[in-house]
Design a protein around this ligand. Structure first.
Ligand SMILES: C[S@@+](CC[C@H](N)C(=O)[O-])C[C@H]1O[C@@H](n2cnc3c(N)ncnc32)[C@H](O)[C@@H]1O
Length: 305
């Protein structure tokens, strides 16, 4: 089953930034198939307790089995990391987030995430929520669809693709990932190295799972859960997420947000974070050669003060 597991990116960089064993508690808010948690539990950075969260029940099941050996030190929670303040009440030493979806979900779960998949357009990380990619593709008005592809996919041909989707769905419902991929391929003649459907599928996934506002909410709440000196370690895979993390970190590090014209600070803002990574860390050349998909990973680390 090893090949079903997600390749956990930048494991060494996570371990390098954790303190030697003795720490009480870490949280892995994106457990996936457990690769990062396993690396931590097998290392000399193992904490007394690990709390592992994932929104996806199926991934939790896979990870639980994989991490069986360490189960007495692990608490599992099925939930959304944006609700971290409700899910966890204790202060912790580190919080780790590896954003997006896992290759297990992409390749093995038949959940409609992949443009190569002949399954129903779905893309829900939480199988119990209502909104699906199918609903967006088959019912959103043209302009809304076009904006979504532009804002969440940074897709240059957003209007053309949206128009073709609307034209097609007027003939027949667009049911599967392959149906949508065919429509995009016909329309999107941009010659880039990535698959013509990549940006459209990214945009739909972000919209279905409300990923950007979820990330913002998580960042704000997670800082409050860290002990003084505790670390927030976040890995993101596209510029939309990285920009949010960078901006929130900058805001939290600022001691004052008064406009430059104000001579004496009036805002009374408190610094809550020190940024450890002025520039994001990226995977080593060796890691990228082992796993080409890791090339877009960016890690930012903040320390709670
Ligand atoms: C890139 S994978 C993490 C892989 C993991 N680090 C590993 O080594 O296997 C991201 C995981 O985060 C989960 N996830 C995405 N959004 C979430 C959210 N809002 N709350 C909780 N889990 C979420 C996904 O279900 C997925 O399993």
């Amino acid at each position: 089953m090893t090949s079903d597991y997600h390749y956990a990116v930048m494991k060494q960089e996570i371990l390098d930034n954790l303190e030697l064993a003795n720490n009480d508690t870490y949280i892995d808010v994106t457990l996936g198939t457990g690769g990062h948690t396993l690396a931590i539990m097998e290392s000399n950075k193992k904490p007394k307790k690990m709390i592992c969260i994932d929104l996806d029940k199926e991934s939790l099941k896979v990870a639980k089995k994989r991490l069986g050996k360490y189960s007495k030190n692990i608490k599992y929670i099925q939930g959304n990391f944006k609700d971290i303040d409700l899910l966890i009440q204790e202060k912790v030493d580190a919080i780790i987030a590896d954003l997006g979806i896992s290759s297990y979900q992409l390749l093995h779960s038949n959940r409609g995430f992949s443009f190569n998949e002949n399954s129903l357009l779905d893309m829900r990380i939480d199988k119990y929520q209502e909104l699906t990619a199918h609903k967006i593709v088959n019912s959103y008005p043209l302009q809304e669809l076009s904006d979504l592809l532009k804002n969440f996919g940074e897709e240059k041909n957003h209007f053309k693709i949206a128009s073709e989707i609307v034209r097609q769905r007027n003939n027949e419902e667009i049911k599967t990932c392959l149906d949508l991929a065919k429509i995009v391929k016909r329309t999107n003649k941009n010659k880039t190295k990535i698959n013509p459907s990549t940006r459209t599928f990214q945009a739909l996934r972000i919209a279905v799972n409300n990923e950007l506002s979820t990330l913002e909410e998580f960042l704000e709440k997670s800082l409050k859960l860290l002990k003084k000196g505790g670390k927030l370690i976040i890995i993101s895979f596209h510029s939309l997420e990285d920009r949010i993390i960078k901006q929130v970190f900058k805001y939290c590090e600022a001691k004052c947000i008064c406009p430059p014209s104000v001579m004496v600070c009036k805002c009374k803002k408190k610094q809550t974070l020190r940024i450890l990574t002025k520039k994001p860390l990226t995977p080593s050349t060796r890691e990228v050669s082992e796993n080409a998909k890791s090339r877009s990973a960016k890690m930012r680390i903040g320390v709670a003060i």
